[in-house]
Design a protein. Structure first.
Length: 253
């Protein structure tokens, strides 16, 4: 129950989101539910669960200058995943919509190492994970009309040296419902992020990010935090620090 895609421009579509289920059973060798190395691949209308790594994973190869161009996940559920529920890395021109992801010990959704990413998360739900959304060095990502709740932290764009293309110089978080991110019982692998427990949005070492027209309530620590990325605290101490600057917070409740 592990799928590898190396063919461009195909759609993997389940007949029923709730009964077409890829189940990794947390077994050795079942790291990813579906891993995609090709352009223009969409996954629709199914569930992935119980993988040790990632539920859905689109990935290029920065070292070989390979960037996945075009990806989409629609009406997909991912839960009880070891690292990321839905993950796009070194991939551009993508969309995740009408998705539900929960129970990841890093984040429900992750966009990383792309500039410009031209990525859209729309009508997604991220719940019961360390982070509802994480975006490292993911310039050009929009998160809209989505809900993030019962995580350790809701939404965390960030810059760090663990990936190429730092800093994150443009994420737009608009029209979302971000609430009750105070959950100490979620799986968690990064002790640095645990310092942000109870936060709705954390902008960590990013520039030109926009947080606009969101409803951000009942997060015990803070609604929105803007902080420099200090690698000795948040990372592994071997990278550089990144300043937070020129970010815009407006018209939120």
């Amino acid at each position: 129950e592990a799928v590898i895609v190396q063919t461009d421009n195909i759609v993997i579509r389940g007949m029923d989101r709730n009964t077409v289920i890829l189940d990794g059973e947390h077994a050795e060798g079942n790291e990813n539910g579906i891993i995609v190395f090709s352009d223009g691949v969409a996954v629709e209308n199914l569930t992935v669960r119980n993988y040790t790594g990632n539920g859905l994973f689109w990935t290029g190869d920065y070292g070989r200058d390979i960037i996945v161009d075009g990806y989409r996940a629609s009406y997909v559920t991912a839960h009880n995943i070891g690292v990321y529920g839905m993950y796009a890395f070194n991939a551009v021109n993508g969309q995740i919509d009408n998705a539900y992801a929960s129970g990841s010990d890093d984040s429900s959704y992750y966009i990383g190492q792309c500039d410009p990413c031209n990525a859209l998360l729309y009508k997604v739900v991220g719940v019961n994970s360390q982070l509802g959304y994480s975006g490292t060095n993911s310039t050009g990502t929009v998160i809209a009309n989505s809900e993030f709740y019962d995580n350790m932290i809701g939404v965390v764009p960030n810059s760090q040296d663990g990936e190429e293309l730092a800093p994150n110089a443009g994420t737009t978080i608009i029209g979302n419902y971000i609430h009750n991110n105070n959950n100490t019982e979620v799986p968690s692998r990064n002790t640095g992020f645990q310092t942000g427990l109870g936060s709705g949005v954390v902008l960590a070492g990013v520039t030109n990010n926009i947080v606009e027209r969101n409803l951000i309530v009942d997060n015990d620590r803070a609604g929105v935090i803007i902080v420099d990325w200090i690698d000795a605290i948040f990372g592994n101490g071997s990278g550089r620090d990144w300043l937070a600057a020129d970010n815009i917070i407006r018209d939120n409740v």
